[in-house]
Design a protein around this ligand. Structure first.
Ligand SMILES: [Mg+2]
Length: 383
């Protein structure tokens, strides 16, 4: 499977702004490494010299206090660079921003936040180009169908079967459960969810880097009983690939990772390890579309399943859906199952599911643009 080449469209950014939203939540989102007590989002608006506008999003989940910092990186580091010249394409802008901040990223010890700020600008530039062309992003990127399969994600370990039942009633057909909270609790939760869903529904698990190799090997046989679609980040993302290879040899469960991988070398090493069946780059965390598209192409050529990682606001979610639709294949889109108006107010057609799929439609770009004042008021009310 060969992906189409990204389109080449000149762009001259004239103004770049970043907006931080923070929504208090009554039910914290729990992972094996920490808890989210509110939901932040950083949205990026790019306007070109002719007044065309595009929207992107910067990954900012952890630590939550870092959202404002990432927005400042967009406005004080990336915006002056990106508005300093014209670019032959968003790819050229991505390469320019990456090259011009490479030493700064090392010196500041912040390659992650820098990459996330660049990713948000890149997403906005692609949205701008697609809107300017009057095409939905999925078609602008060369896609031929607007439908994507989705799954409900981020399901907490507290009575997960209740969340699964609620989301299934909304049209979800696939689900991913958080594990890594102790063997007994993990297996009880999986039994409850699998019992509710029956044997055939796609069910995945995410350990969020929670285990050592020995712990993962000890859990694998019990997990294998549940017919899992994949096991995500059983080991820390910085553990040697040799450990992932030992785990892969010990279990038949497909392994998934990618949300904590950065850079072309990082993704090539992940794919070269031969351990991953599912690759999960996060467009808003590293690469945007310009960086991730070649990674997705290489993943598809190697027969890996591309399933975008995403757990933020609606703008990055829509971009992820459009990229998945454009890339084709049998991957499914991660949609957070937890309450978050910063997602639900902006997710447009992804809120309307039929038999586990959504249609992205024909609206230009990612199809939705935020009303910042309304969004701010909704977010402030919390959920
Ligand atoms: Mg994950």
């Amino acid at each position: 499977m060969t992906l189409p080449r990204l389109p080449v469209a000149p762009v001259r950014p004239a103004r770049i702004e970043a907006f931080v939203f923070r929504c208090p939540i009554s039910t914290p989102v729990r992972t094996s490494f920490g808890t989210m007590h509110d939901r932040p989002a950083v949205y990026v608006r790019v306007e070109d010299a002719d007044g065309a506008v595009g929207w992107g999003e910067v990954w900012c989940n952890f630590p939550s206090c870092g959202a404002e910092h990432r927005a400042r990186l967009v406005e004080t580091v990336m915006a002056p660079l990106a508005t300093s010249r014209a670019f032959a394409s968003p790819m050229e802008a991505f390469d320019f921003l990456s090259a011009r901040t490479a030493v700064l990223a090392i010196q500041s010890g912040e390659p992650g936040p820098m990459a996330q700020a660049i990713a948000g600008v890149d997403l906005a530039l692609w949205d701008l180009c697609a809107r300017r062309a009057g095409q939905p992003l999925w078609r602008y990127l060369g896609g031929t169908r607007d439908r994507v399969g989705v799954y409900a994600s981020g399901i907490n370990p507290d009575r997960p079967q209740d969340v699964v039942a609620a989301r299934r009633a909304e049209g979800y057909a696939a689900f991913k459960l958080k594990i890594g909270f102790g063997r007994d609790r993990d297996l009880q939760n999986l039994a409850a969810v699998r019992g509710l869903l029956g044997a055939d529904a796609p069910l995945m698990v995410d350990a969020n880097q929670g285990w050592s190799l020995d712990e993962a090997r000890a859990m694998a046989p019990a997990l294998a009983e549940f017919g899992l679609g994949w096991l995500e980040e059983p080991l820390r993302a910085d553990r040697p690939w040799s450990e992932w290879q030992q785990l892969a040899r010990a279990t038949g469960i497909p392994l998934a990772a990618g949300e904590n991988v950065m850079g072309h070398d990082g993704f090539d090493a992940a794919m070269d390890s031969g351990t991953l069946a599912v690759l999960q780059p996060d467009l808003a965390k590293w690469g945007g579309i310009s960086g991730c598209w070649p990674v997705i192409a290489r993943a598809r050529e190697r027969g890996l399943r591309y399933c975008p990682h995403y757990l933020g606001g609606g703008l990055g979610l829509l971009a992820s859906g459009h990229v998945l639709a454009a890339a084709g294949g049998d991957g499914i889109l991660e949609i957070d199952a937890n309450p978050n108006p910063l997602r639900t107010e902006l997710m447009g057609p992804l809120a309307h599911l039929r038999e586990g799929e959504a249609s992205l439609g024909e609206a230009p770009g990612i199809g939705v643009a935020p009303d910042l004042r309304t969004l701010g008021a909704i977010a402030a009310r919390g959920c």
